[in-house]
Design a protein around this ligand. Structure first.
Ligand SMILES: Nc1ncnc2c1ncn2[C@@H]1O[C@H](COP(=O)(O)OP(=O)(O)OP(=O)(O)O)[C@@H](O)[C@H]1O
Ligand SMILES: O=P(O)(O)OC[C@H]1O[C@H](OP(=O)(O)OP(=O)(O)O)[C@H](O)[C@@H]1O
Ligand SMILES: [Mg+2]
Length: 379
């Protein structure tokens, strides 16, 4: 949950729970609607979105249902449309978990690499609902959707909290100009003389440009939509940081055969792929008297320390009919962004014949996320 923990929650009690905690200071703030789904349903064309927002807000998660014994297949819910859909499929493909959809009109598919797994394409909100109701066992959705639609349901557990796509934040924004001209922080906003008991600050998500609200709450990624609509974020106004997550029903993990094993395999593949992304393997030859002496030279360079340190192995050749070692091969994993620096450093200590290859997977020892999941399941 590391990425989410950075979220500033100053406003959370006002936005994510039905009634603000009485012990909090009472800024003159009244929230009309709190759903990011409603938030998402504003801006570029307002009227139709307002209607959509109204529908979305009333959606509540289904109560946790008993485990249905009538199916033996494990079900994974994936986003059926929107930006998350394509990115989810391409992430799975990168993990050698390609989804096979025989008929594109159907809402089910499979992953040939994982027998006994059925894929259901669903809207993100429905993925969470169906995890809660027991129709799905696993799902990939944004953390924002889990926060919003699985409140109070402790059956859901996040297996991987940082799938590295769908990055956005739920943020409070105000108009750039007018009375908000010099409002740059949450404190500035709450201290504005305009708000009072009789006229509290109104935060809505569907009517930000119609003069009915003072501020809005919406998902923000690049910030383009806000800019295009003459709005600005303010310091301290981030309510939640979100990105795609792999989530599961604890009940399924505990009781449905195969769910735990499939989760483990998915987690391992995802971790291996995500750990490797942005990293490259640099191989070079270096003359030296011993592996230790070469290691000292390599380790003196800041960009050549590798994951656990460089691997250094002798390169054998024959000299006058005898086997001899003049050179050592160095293998070191480095971040792609420090490629050129690594090459400069290798050359500066006598490296030659540098080869660079992309890394596809890094399988570490058991991932801490697996330990964490087992402990959350009481295993
Ligand atoms: N601008 C964005 N950049 C990155 N991720 C985003 C952005 N907006 C939303 N998301 C993430 O993507 C998820 C799905 O949003 P998306 O817009 O694809 O679907 P949707 O809003 O349900 O569909 P639609 O907008 O077509 O009704 C959100 O729950 C959030 O986690
Ligand atoms: O900061 P930006 O990069 O501009 O992204 C933010 C926008 O993205 C989402 O909308 P989306 O594109 O999903 O359209 P929607 O309103 O139809 O959901 C979100 O609701 C914002 O409007
Ligand atoms: Mg959207």
């Amino acid at each position: 949950m590391s990425a989410m923990m950075g979220a500033r929650l100053d406003l959370a009690p006002f936005l994510l729970s039905p009634s603000p905690s009485p012990s909090r200071p009472s800024p003159a703030l009244r929230l009309r609607t709190s759903s990011p789904a409603a938030a998402a349903a504003r801006t570029r064309s307002l009227a139709p979105r307002a209607a959509a927002a109204a529908t979305a807000v009333s959606a509540k998660p289904a109560a946790a249902a008993p485990l249905s014994a009538d199916r033996s297949v494990v079900r994974l819910g994936l986003p059926s449309k929107g930006r998350m859909a394509e990115l989810t499929l391409s992430l799975l493909k990168s993990c050698q978990l390609s989804v096979r959809q025989i008929n594109p009109r159907q809402y089910t598919a499979d992953i040939p690499q994982v027998p006994n797994l059925e894929v259901w394409f669903q809207r993100p909100t429905d993925i969470v609902r169906k995890l809660c109701s027991g129709d799905l066992d696993l799902g990939i959705v944004g953390y924002d959707i889990i926060s919003e639609y699985a409140q109070g349901n402790d059956d859901l557990v996040i297996i991987h909290d940082a799938l590295d796509f769908g990055h956005c934040r739920l943020s409070l924004a105000v108009p750039k100009e007018g009375i908000f001209d010099s409002v740059n922080t949450l404190e500035d906003l709450l201290n504005m003389p305009q708000w009072s008991e009789e006229r509290p600050m109104r935060v809505v998500t569907g009517f930000g440009y119609m003069g009915m609200a003072d501020a809005i709450v919406d998902l923000v990624s690049s910030g383009t939509t806000l800019r295009e609509n003459n709005l600005k974020e303010i310091e301290g106004g981030v309510i939640l940081e979100s990105q795609a997550t792999l989530v599961a029903s604890k009940k399924s993990l505990n009781r449905r055969e195969g769910v735990l094993e499939i989760s483990h395999e998915m987690l391992e593949r995802l971790e291996a792929h995500l750990t490797a992304s942005g990293k490259i393997m640099v191989t070079a030859n270096m003359r030296g008297n011993s592996a230790e002496e070469v290691a000292e030279r390599v380790l003196s360079q800041t960009s050549l320390c590798g994951l656990q340190g460089p691997t250094i192995s002798p390169v054998y050749c024959t000299q006058d009919g005898n086997v001899a070692v003049d050179y050592y091969a160095i293998n070191v994993v480095v971040p792609q962004k420090s490629l050129y620096k690594s090459i400069q450093q290798l050359r500066s200590i006598g490296g030659s014949g540098v080869l660079v290859s992309k890394l596809t997977y890094i399988f570490d020892e058991e991932t801490p996320r697996w330990r964490k999941l087992l402990s959350e399941l009481g295993m």
